[in-house]
Design a protein around this ligand. Sequence first.
Ligand code: SDX
Length: 414
Amino acid sequence: MCIINLYINGRYHRLPLINGTFDKAIDISKLREYTKLITFDPGLKNTAITKSSISFINGENGKLLYRGYPIEQIIDKCSFVETCYLILNGSFPDYKQLKFFKEKINSFDSIQNKIYNFLDKIPNSCHPMAILSSITNILSSFDNSIKNEDSHFYLLSKLPTLSAMIYRKKYGLPNIFIKNKKSICYIYNILKMFFSIPNKSYEKNNHIIDALEKLLILHIDHEQNCSTTTVRLLSSARSNIFSSISAGINALWGRLHGGANQAVIEMLETILKDGGNINKWIEKAKDKKNSFRLMGFGHRIYKNFDPRAKIAKYVAENLIKKLNIYDPILDIAKNLEINTLKDSYFSEKKLYPNIDFYSGIIYQAIGIPKDMFTVMFALGRLPGWIAHWIEIKNNLEPIGRPRQIYIGNKKRNI
Ligand code: SDX
């Protein structure tokens, strides 16, 4: 067992080192007992709050592993459902396991009328993320026959359907129910549920299916990001999986987190409307006195290219070419990336495009509106959230309850 010696108040204190697969940590669980001191780390930038075997990020080299497999290999060789299975079970499925997994997900494809009625009551002015988190939170109350061991299949089946219902209601499309769902792929089914219109089935486009499949795989898991840590905290309190995922959806909605994919396109559209003056906006982002930031740039962990952004950029360029559409926003994005890479402000702070920088361009090319972008991020991240919720539950981790440094008033009488 490796030990470090900490010299505090004239004494040495021996703290164990914990070895992970790739990195090490100082175990400070006894620090307060030994020294009466606690640590201070706003934003938990240097603090591991748990052990996990689901995904690993090498931020310095821009690498991402799902259960040990590099994201680049998964993207080329695996489907979204196979990767869901990997993230939930720790290994890829064989033919029989995959068949059973798909059948379980498809077995929950009906939507009770009560859910339709509930959605109908929600004002169209609500943001789709608010609607998705609300309905996810009460989902189990619509159907109390769900067994605990089936809840993740239930979520994997229901959330895409609910997202499509939210989109269709908001954009005035009639409700439809997809028939022969069993025989079609998960991603094609999502597109059919979103875009089919009565008497005119959604025309299958393999380029779009491939692009969406790759994009959702890129979003499946990403260590202890804000929304996943939120889900883990609720699981540590033994909250049920529906309320935990609902909390994850709300955390993801933040514009510094998953909400950035919508903010990126809004920013690029503003720059386009402003005559495409890239350097003016780069200077604004560098100006400390200006609250403007380049959305889709920077990352807490990646101090190199986000490998997902590289793949998303390739998928975006490829899809736009295959669909033979011209999107001036893509040109603005590519020029912004080129110009920031040449600028010392960004290189010194190691600010590179992250996953959110190109994802919106792909969603837009598919026909998904901006206010649904973060919903799509949630559909991608759902398997990761579920896996983390289960990991906490199985490991019986203690309830998450950080300490604080109190800076308020001394004791005083009324
Ligand atoms: C996601 O954690 C995950 O893994 C998240 C995610 C996932 O898959 O779950 O990858 C998904 O959320 C991606 C990030 C999406 N958000 C954005 O694109 C919003 C814009 N980016 C930032 O707000 C910021 O970069 C964060 C939030 C992503 C990271 O913030 P940090 O790690 O707290 O870094 P910081 O705010 O302390 O910035 C360090 C410096 C600061 O300058 P100084 O005070 O040191 O002088 O870099 C500057 C910042 O001002 N900076 C930026 C910037 N991001 C950081 N300057 C201009 N534009 C930016 N985008």
